[in-house]
Design a protein around this ligand. Structure first.
Ligand code: PHE
Length: 344
């Protein structure tokens, strides 16, 4: 093997070296005690006298070359020598799979039910103007009905404090999904049949209230829509969610944007109607608000009330989720405790 060949074979082997262990093996293969280069040095003794000096020079040169290359490789490897310590036989890190949030599970289920009945799905902004959240829903300024909903007012840019007196510029976090009714009616002509699921906000926090929660709004507007249609749709819906035999009750109530209005109750699942702690001894659990859309609301949104009528409803998702899963503190939904969330 001549010197050029020796040098090239060393270089190509060096190229394949991945870690310091391999590097040391390569080094001793060439310049170790029994290494190829060392052998050549020893063989020098047998060479004719006049050739020895040239031979010695060549061998020493290649020895130096190899040592320098090994040193350089060593520095390079020390900078990125992690691969040599990866133990491929170790088990992989276990990544726990995530799961759907219980509110999302119920929300999706409810959307599916209404979509199967032919309802479209609409969306609206969570940061809303006073007009859509209140005025257009027949809740005027200073009307006592505003007290029903503890509102988060947004401070307009540059303002000292949020103003409660200017309807035009007041910005709120929507307190219900009902503003979507108005936004859609302004955009499209009847027949309308849609739901609007989403987040709503109220300045309230206790065992049955969180500052953020979810509602599903429903609106149906067409010629000849009556309270019978409202009853049929909501009863069908509740019987799918809670079972076909659960008694459902429509109780007269008040909302500024519906007339007549009703609250819909479900027979208490815990006591079957005889009265207990869950239903506060009434035997019934309130589940949603509904009613025939007030003609004033339809008119404000540009719909001819001589031709059209409609019904609307709004249901709270956390309410339904806690009934379905038997959860007695609604705040649990938003504490992010994995021991709670893993149960669904
Ligand atoms: N927006 C009402 C609320 O949040 C619920 C509702 C919607 C009632 C539609 C009647 C009709 O309390």
């Amino acid at each position: 093997m001549d010197y050029l060949e020796l040098r090239n074979s060393f270089l190509s082997e060096l190229h394949g070296v991945l870690n310091t262990v391999e590097l040391q093996a390569l080094r001793s293969k060439y310049t170790g005690k029994k290494g190829v280069v060392t052998q050549k040095l020893k063989a020098m003794a047998a060479a004719p006298k006049e050739e020895r000096a040239a031979l010695g020079k060549a061998v020493n040169e290649i020895k130096d070359f190899i040592e320098t290359q090994v040193k350089e490789k060593e520095t390079a490897l020390s900078k990125k020598d992690t691969r040599s310590y990866v133990d491929l036989t170790l088990p992989g890190a276990y990544i726990k799979p995530g799961g759907r949030h219980p509110v999302k599970i119920i929300l999706n289920e409810i959307i599916d039910i209404f979509v199967s009945m032919g309802f479209a799905v609409e969306d609206g902004p969570e940061v809303e103007t006073d007009y859509y959240n209140f005025e257009a829903l027949n809740i005027p300024q200073n009307h006592p009905a505003r007290d029903m909903q503890d509102t988060f007012y947004i401070k307009p840019q540059g303002a000292e404090s949020p103003s409660h007196s200017n309807v035009e510029s007041n910005i709120v976090l929507r307190t219900h999904t009902s503003p979507v009714q108005i936004r859609v009616m302004e955009k499209r002509k009847p027949p309308l049949m849609f739901i609007a699921p989403g987040k709503v906000y109220r300045c309230d926090s206790d065992i049955s209230h969180t500052p953020i929660f979810h509602q599903v709004e429903g609106l149906m507007v067409d010629e000849g829509i009556t309270f019978a249609n409202l009853k049929a749709v909501l009863e069908a819906f509740l019987h799918i969610v809670f079972g076909p035999d659960v008694p459902v009750r429509f109780r007269p109530s008040f909302f500024p944007f519906t007339e007549p209005s009703a609250e819909v109750d479900l027979c208490c699942f815990a006591c079957k109607g005889s009265g207990c702690r869950v239903c506060k001894n009434s035997g019934w659990i309130e589940i949603l608000g509904a009613g025939m859309v007030d003609p004033r609301v339809l008119n404000m949104a540009g719909i001819d009330t001589e031709v059209y009528s409609g019904f609307a409803f709004g249901l709270g998702i956390e309410r339904i989720a806690s009934l379905r899963y038997g959860i007695d503190d609604i705040r649990l939904f938003y504490e992010g405790d994995l021991r709670f969330l893993r149960q669904f």
